[in-house]
Write a protein that binds this ligand. Structure first.
Ligand SMILES: [Zn+2]
Length: 239
């Protein structure tokens, strides 16, 4: 087993909201894509663990992800100790992703920042031959996606061609997200509000505009990115 990309989120729906378009784009280009939710989402105001698992499965299928994992590291107080590192290392050594996409270093929900540290640490430790069991594997790169808090992106992916698949994944999360045409959900929460749903599109429109695309998803990288040909960064290349 060797995945091209593994997207990791704190809660079911984090990955789909933040980078679902990019995952769908990669899957449609023949890349192997996996999704790992670190918690079952049991602390959410709405939706049972069983509902959220079914929603996660439908969303992964909509994006074209072939692997889906859900760990139980504690929604609302994500645990990041040695035992949790071991669970993540086991998944990384099993799926052996070239690229890991995870949460940003800081965000409104404390679980997101905790997950960033856990993912970064586990990706490094998974490459140590003398840490735990299994064949060592260290992903070649880790990028982070944008959730609530904005940051200056290192790059933006044009997800226009995969936007419909992203909407399909968001539609799978009936218990979590406002669905177009539906009543305003009770009890009201920020994530389930029509405004939040509109903001997902608004953010994609905003970042798309910066790269002359209809929809874009922003990403950060701790390290500078290498390019073999700077003209690959120029829209249209040589002209
Ligand atoms: Zn979350």
């Amino acid at each position: 087993m060797s995945l091209d990309v593994l997207a990791i989120g704190s809660h079911p729906d984090d990955v789909e909201i933040a980078c679902g378009g990019t995952l769908a784009l990669l899957a449609r280009r023949g890349r192997s894509v996996g999704i790992l939710h670190l918690t079952c989402g049991e602390a959410g105001t709405r939706g049972t663990v069983e509902e959220r698992r079914r929603e996660a499965e439908a969303a992964a299928a909509a994006l074209g992800a072939t692997e889906l994992g859900i760990l139980d590291l504690g929604d609302g107080g994500l645990r990041t100790g040695r035992e949790e590192e071991e669970q993540l290392i086991e998944r990384l050594r099993h799926w052996r992703p070239a690229l890991v996409i995870g949460p940003a270093p800081r965000d409104r929900h404390p679980d997101h920042g905790r997950a960033h540290r856990l993912v970064a640490d586990a990706c490094f430790y998974a490459g140590l031959a003398r840490r735990g069991s299994g064949t060592p594997h260290r992903p070649a790169a880790i990028f982070h996606y944008m959730q609530h808090d904005p940051f200056e992106p290192s790059f933006i992916v044009d997800v226009t061609s995969a936007w419909a698949a992203k909407l399909e994944a968001l539609a799978a999360y009936e218990s979590q997200l406002h669905q177009p045409g539906a009543e305003r959900p009770e009890p009201p929460t920020k994530v389930a509000s029509p405004e939040y749903r509109a903001a997902i599109e608004g953010r994609a429109r905003h970042f798309g505009l910066l790269i002359n695309a209809a929809y874009g998803e922003p990403f950060g990288s701790r390290l500078p990115l290498a390019v073999s040909d700077p003209l690959e960064l120029v829209p249209g290349g040589l002209s």
